[in-house]
Write a protein that binds this ligand. Structure first.
Ligand code: SAM
Ligand code: SF4
Length: 482
């Protein structure tokens, strides 16, 4: 069978639909209506957001269209408050692991696209995956997202083998405790196999929610050109029993205002269909120039740093219980600026070349990468800075490992659980990092932050537990969690 025919039978389900949940005209209509909203209207939306209730599209449109600097500043302050109340002062750390850059698609913006002759194509063998994972663990990583192009070589059985290999690989005291997946949309039968191997989150970015732009970016004749196959990728994952799904848009392909609305409509669709379970995380990468790829950001739709700040804050307020991921595509100065506006996860120490971790550790020439990274600092440097900024780097994977995912996780996030469990787990996993992997300077900064946190806790069982657990870690015990 021709590779492009792989899902032809399954496409019928979507081809038969007369419409999907993204109505381009309606979105523009809502955005136009919200233009010139009064400060009172903006403050009314902010008051709802303060109650940590998911916003409706009309309300999000008001925040998007607001040009008044005073209320924009109020929005930033509120986004920071909501983030701290829901998630605490912690930032979850992860690093992507690029498994294969072979791809049969031809997305105009991506360095992995089929027609790009400047990229050396590689799929890691299982042995090479183990080598990459060992290097990542030796740097202190505990969570990863595995990234794959879409090619016959990286079908579902290979993906499952690679996940097993990641979990099986150990180095010293360490291991990868959660492997998320970023790959092409899959069928329900394939997704059920992913459930069996125990992946964390299943992540697919729609790239652009705008139908016409989607067609222009993804040439016909490729699997990726099927908008609805992609749009309903998370539905199929939930149907197949996976608990955590993630969405995202690639900013710079079309108007950022429209894409934000698309992300909200996607969230609402999932919440309504799956018993209140929305996306576990939302990503909002900006396009970066890619090697051998003349198409980059469309100047008309380039997202400025000021607009990027708005995107993060509005997303935080509109969907208070979804994690927000900020990747190392962004430069350190941008990351510093937007982190307080509601980001919950960042990657650090990232290498996006296939085989890139070992190459970097061995000072070999870097592999040609998918796009240019903005933040090339080491994990240690970013942990250090995060501690100084008053946040606790967290390597926690407890919820996933005890089965608090999907619906259960949403219930957890909506309660004080985060402060009673996630914060202590953040501190304990940070302490593990400091003991096993950190530089002297980072260890001191991290220990100082931990001490301050413990000192300000009220006396009682929680404080006693944390003190004792920290002492047990110092004595060599590992993987202590609440
Ligand atoms: N092949 C799978 C797919 O397309 O969903 C997963 C891997 S793909 C490398 C992961 C994501 O990288 C894409 O969904 C896209 O949003 C992002 N990406 C592609 N080209 C990019 C670029 N030039 N700059 C930033 N992100 C890019
Ligand atoms: Fe392939 Fe994904 Fe890149 Fe498109 S974005 S060319 S599908 S790797």
């Amino acid at each position: 069978m021709n590779f492009y025919d792989k899902y032809q039978a399954e496409f019928r389900e979507y081809d038969a639909m007369t419409r999907d949940f993204i109505d381009d005209d309606k979105i523009w209509d809502q955005l136009h209506k919200a233009a010139n909203s009064s400060k009172t209207a903006v403050r009314k939306v902010l008051a709802k957001a303060e109650r940590k209730v998911r916003l409706d599209p009309e309300e999000m449109a008001i925040l998007i269209q607001n040009q008044d600097q005073g209320t924009i500043e109020e929005m930033y302050a509120l986004a920071n408050k909501v983030k701290r109340e829901v998630y605490g002062d912690r930032i979850v750390f992860f690093a992507p692991l690029y498994i294969s850059n072979k791809c049969a698609n031809n997305c105009r913006y991506c360095g992995f696209r089929r027609e790009n002759k400047l990229v050396e194509r590689r799929t890691l063998t299982l042995e090479e995956i183990a080598d990459e994972v060992k290097t990542m663990i030796s740097e202190g990583q505990k969570r990863t997202v595995l990234v794959y192009g879409e090619s016959p070589e990286t079908g579902i059985d290979f993906i499952c083998d690679s996940v097993r290999q990641v979990y099986r690989t150990k180095w010293g005291n360490g291991e990868i405790r959660r492997a998320n997946i970023n790959c092409a949309p899959l069928s329900r039968a394939e997704l059920a196999k992913l459930k069996e191997v125990g992946i964390g989150t299943f992540q697919v970015f729609q790239e652009t929610y705008h139908h016409q732009t989607y067609r222009e970016m993804h040439p016909a004749g490729t699997i990726k050109s099927h908008y609805r196959w992609r749009l309903y990728a998370q539905d199929r994952a939930l149907d197949a029993g996976l608990d955590d799904v993630a969405i995202g848009a690639l900013f710079g392909l079309y108007d950022w205002r429209f894409e934000l609305m698309g992300l909200l409509y996607h969230t609402i669709h999932l919440e309504e269909k799956y018993n209140g379970v929305g996306p576990h995380t939302i990503s909002f990468p900006r396009i970066e120039p890619a090697i051998g790829t003349p198409f980059s950001v469309r100047p008309k739709y380039a997202v400025s740093d000021a607009e990027f700040k708005k995107i993060v804050a509005i997303m935080r307020l509109a969907v208070p219980y979804a994690g927000l991921i900020l990747t190392a595509r962004e430069k350190p100065e941008v990351r510093r600026e937007v982190l307080p506006l509601g980001v919950t996860q960042i990657d650090a120490g990232t290498r996006i070349g296939v085989g890139g971790y070992r190459q970097a550790a061995g000072n070999m020439l870097p592999a040609k990468e998918q796009f240019q990274l903005g933040d090339t600092r080491s994990l240690d440097q970013v942990v250090y800075e995060t501690c100084l900024m008053g946040n606790f780097p967290s390597f926690c994977t407890a919820c996933y490992r005890v089965g608090r995912t999907g619906e259960d996780f949403m219930a957890v996030a909506k309660s004080s659980f985060v402060h009673n469990f996630c914060m202590p787990n953040a501190i304990l996993t940070l302490k593990e990092y400091l003991l096993d992997f950190a530089s002297e300077e980072t260890r001191k900064a991290g220990d100082r932050a931990i001490q301050q946190y413990v000192d300000q806790m009220a006396e009682g069982k929680r404080k006693d537990f944390l003190r004792q657990a920290l002492a047990r870690l110092e004595q060599g015990e590992r993987d202590i969690r609440v």
